[in-house]
Write a protein that binds this ligand. Sequence first.
Ligand code: SAM
Length: 252
Amino acid sequence: MNNTYGRLASHVYNLDKYIGKSFGDIEYYRQRLDGYRGPILEPAVGNGRALIPLLEAGFDVCGFDASQDMLDYCLAQCAGRDLAPALSRQTFETFTYAKRFDAIVVPAGSLQLIADHAAASAVLKRFYDHLAPDGRLIFDLYPGDMVADLQPNIRSWQTETGDLLTLTSQRVKTDIIGQTTVSHLRYDLWQEGRLASSELEFFTMRWWGIQEMLLTLQAAGFEDLVVSGDYTFGRAPRDGDHVVTFECRRPV
Ligand SMILES: C[S@@+](CC[C@H](N)C(=O)[O-])C[C@H]1O[C@@H](n2cnc3c(N)ncnc32)[C@H](O)[C@@H]1O
């Protein structure tokens, strides 16, 4: 029930964060990857929101995700566009590929779904091991997530068939020492005013200090670290920024 992105959660994701919807990230990643010819990996690829525009821009991208429901959306969206990237069901913690990548990209704050510092450090090391020499890791963190869901919140979407999906979110735990929050995400599907199905997800997020992440990346072996605020490459993050992007390199 923790960060599982089940059937209704994936349906909501696909309605709300549809293919190509950008938070400024898709343009930014496309620009930062300009000139990359070799294979690129997107861990936690989800429904393909970012993957598909990158494929359409000519990049050789593949991805994995822990949620089969998310992957099913991604597979369907790719098939509808005659795209056939390698997609697999794997997790951050255990993924493995025989080949090495020229770049690994993790948009949308997905790394914050790893709730434990030691586990996240191991995942960053796994990224390092899957990069070719001189390969780059680029990912986003959302500093504002530590203040998300402080108040109960309800949102709704109309489905493709005219049903209603609602999401009620409520923070239930904040661990200041572990730097994590847990929210209850309740997804409801309503058909003709009647509740057809429900899903409850415990949504755990970890927030990071910028220096903490830089030290963790250095400990994993990365070099040439650049941290940027709100998708302005090289501009140090400042108070009020919505997103912080880290870019670093596996040395040759
Ligand atoms: C915020 S979505 C990001 C999707 C996509 N990358 C994007 O930019 O829109 C987070 C994704 O992380 C996946 N996820 C959560 N925990 C995971 C884990 N331990 N390993 C791999 N994927 C995971 C979820 O299934 C979900 O698809």
